[in-house]
Design a protein around this ligand. Sequence first.
Ligand SMILES: Cc1cc2nc3c(=O)[nH]c(=O)nc-3n(C[C@H](O)[C@H](O)[C@H](O)COP(=O)(O)OP(=O)(O)OC[C@H]3O[C@@H](n4cnc5c(N)ncnc54)[C@H](O)[C@@H]3O)c2cc1C
Length: 359
Amino acid sequence: VGGYQPDSRPIAHYSPDGRRLSDAEARRYVADIHAVDQTLLGVVAASAPDASYRDVTEAAIAAQGWDSERAQRVREYLEHRSEEQYGAWIEDLAAHGLDDDSIDGDEVVFPDGYDVLPARLAAGLDVRLSHVVRRVRWASDGVAVTGDAGTITADAAVVTVPVGVLQSDDFEIQPALPQAVSAPLGRLRMNAFEKVFLRFPDAFWDEDVYVVRQQGPDAAWWHSWYDLTALHGTPTLLTFAAGPAAVETRTWSDERIAESVMEQLRRLYGAAIPAPSHVTVTRWQDDPFARGSYAYMTAGSVTSDHDAIAEPVGGVLHLAGEATWTDDPATVTAAMMSGHRAACRVAGRELALDRLWRE
Ligand SMILES: Cc1cc2nc3c(=O)[nH]c(=O)nc-3n(C[C@H](O)[C@H](O)[C@H](O)COP(=O)(O)OP(=O)(O)OC[C@H]3O[C@@H](n4cnc5c(N)ncnc54)[C@H](O)[C@@H]3O)c2cc1C
């Protein structure tokens, strides 16, 4: 599974003026993306420490020697990849910010929500919900965690609040984190990435495709529509407000966002398409316990920053969560594996995750 895929699954590609690309045109466009990606590997590897993803993608595009129109189509694609993968504008994302952009294995969808994973792992444990933590004190002999429900002391703590909470004034760690942890943490930033689900009385889009994609300036925000109909049997499209689009539409009502998306869909499928019967927009940016969807690497950060954040503090305090796992940050896998690593460090021995899972 790759991230923002140009192919490997059926995609209906549309031109900037709303015409579906022929198979030959789509093949050439996809080949162009692969050509740039091939060049990009070397450019990223040789990039300056403070280079952005824009810097390296521009160098890789320039190396192809294309005319401006051809280059622009791939440039847009790379902007959208930065936005859809990391919820970040391409100039804000580090050159190495998409190094993890491939995952071994199949894509798995949890139609009833990811909650099944933590629910299963937490079965039988003493989990106390609605205990908002404001302060974590650490010392060589243990930790004290203070919040609405008073103070809890322990030999060790694993802190898994998101990067946005860690960086906020509402969450305090005392004494302050050592430089070896605070510096890499400071180079990450919470992103702006929201899902927009539109349900329709009838499907009007291309059949048998995984996604409908449009090129060009009109599609700067709304360019990709994923067909989720098979999951629940109701005609449903998912699109993303990602990066600048999520920042800009943050204060918009669901109706206004839906209308903006529909305007673009009508350019492709005509004025007669039905209005959505139901609209859901996530609001992760406004959730005080999330403050975004996940973290991205700002220019100047390095991939090892993720693991560095998880280095035990004073032998008693362990940061874990999606942003602390270099292999595959920004994922559920990272959240789970980093929690497992912290648990092993606290226990002082290896804990067999696969056995926990089976039991
Ligand atoms: C729109 C979207 C799409 C995504 N797509 C994918 C995908 O396709 N594949 C994938 O693998 N991952 C995906 N992710 C990322 C994945 O969901 C996250 O990486 C993962 O959930 C992070 O887990 P975590 O435990 O690190 O943090 P979280 O799940 O954010 O958990 C942090 C917990 O800390 C709690 N908390 C916060 N502040 C406090 C406080 N002060 N006191 C007490 N508790 C607090 C929060 O309530 C929350 O329960 C997506 C995320 C989003 C939002």
